[in-house]
Design a protein around this ligand. Structure first.
Ligand code: SF4
Ligand code: SF4
Length: 212
C-alpha cells in the first residue's frame, strides 16, 4: 500500500517525465492514428502498433492503480474508464489490449498512471534519441525503461506500492532533469527533423507488420 508522501513524490516525478516526453511532440498521436488507420484498412493488429492498443496497464496493475487513484482522485476515479466505449468496441489486440483507459483522444488518466506508462521509451523514441546523439549505440531494438537510459534505478514502483523497499529519488530526478535539459537545448529544427524521420518509419513499420 503506498503512503501519501510517496504518492506526492510520485506525482512530482510523473510531471517531470511528462515534460521530458512532451519533447517528442506528436509522435504518440501519430503512432495511434497510423495504427488505427492500418487496422481499419485490414492490417492485422501486431505488437509494433501504438503501445496503448497492444498492452493493458490498467488491467495489469489494477490493484495498485486503484489505491493510488483513490487516494489522489477520490472514490469515483474509475467512472470514465467504466464508461469508456472505445476500448470495449475494439476487437482484441495482442497482450490483452487495448488498455481500458485508452479513448479516441488518448489516455483517460491524467495522472497517477501505472509507472511504466510514464517511463516507457519505445523503439520509435529511441530512434529519435539516437538521431540526436542522446542515446549512443542502443543495446537492443525493443522497449526501454527510462532508467536504462538514466543509469539510475527507478524509485517509482516503490512509491506506487508495487514493490517494497526504500526509494531514493534524488539521483533519479537529477539524471532525468539532465537528460531533459540536454534534449531541450538541441535546436528545435533538429529535434523536429528527427521526430519527423521517426514518424515516417512508424508509418511504414505499422503497415508492414511491425519491424521497427
Ligand atoms: S509505441 Fe511509442 S510512439 Fe507509439 S504510442 Fe507508444 S510510446 Fe508513443
Ligand atoms: S493507462 Fe493510459 S498510458 Fe497507460 S497503457 Fe493505459 S491508455 Fe496507455
Amino acid at each position: 500500500m503506498p503512503d501519501k508522501a510517496g504518492l506526492k513524490r510520485f506525482r512530482e516525478i510523473e510531471k517531470m517525465l511528462k515534460r521530458f516526453f512532451s519533447l517528442f511532440e506528436d509522435l504518440c498521436a501519430h503512432c495511434f492514428t497510423e495504427s488505427m488507420g492500418a487496422i481499419a484498412s485490414g492490417v492485422r493488429p501486431h505488437e509494433g502498433m501504438c503501445c496503448c492498443l497492444v498492452d493493458n496497464q490498467v488491467h495489469d496493475y489494477w490493484q495498485p492503480l486503484s489505491e493510488a487513484q483513490e487516494m489522489t482522485n477520490g472514490p469515483n476515479w474509475a467512472q470514465p474508464i467504466e464508461q469508456n466505449s472505445f476500448a470495449t468496441s475494439k476487437r482484441r489486440m495482442p497482450n490483452n489490449g487495448p488498455c481500458k483507459a485508452l479513448c479516441e483522444h488518448g489516455c483517460l488518466l491524467s495522472c497517477m498512471r501505472p509507472p511504466s506508462c510514464s517511463t516507457l521509451v519505445c523503439p520509435h523514441m529511441i530512434r529519435v534519441l539516437a538521431d540526436l546523439k542522446l542515446c549512443q549505440n542502443p543495446k537492443h531494438d525493443g522497449n526501454y525503461e527510462i532508467d536504462e537510459l538514466l543509469g539510475v534505478q527507478s524509485p517509482l514502483d516503490t512509491m506506487y506500492g508495487i514493490r517494497s523497499g526504500n526509494a531514493s529519488s534524488d539521483q533519479y530526478v537529477n539524471a532525468l532533469r539532465a537528460l531533459t535539459e540536454r534534449m531541450r537545448t538541441i535546436p528545435e529544427s533538429q529535434r523536429k527533423a528527427a521526430i519527423s524521420r521517426s514518424k515516417s518509419r512508424i508509418s511504414r513499420s505499422i503497415r508492414d507488420g511491425g519491424g521497427h
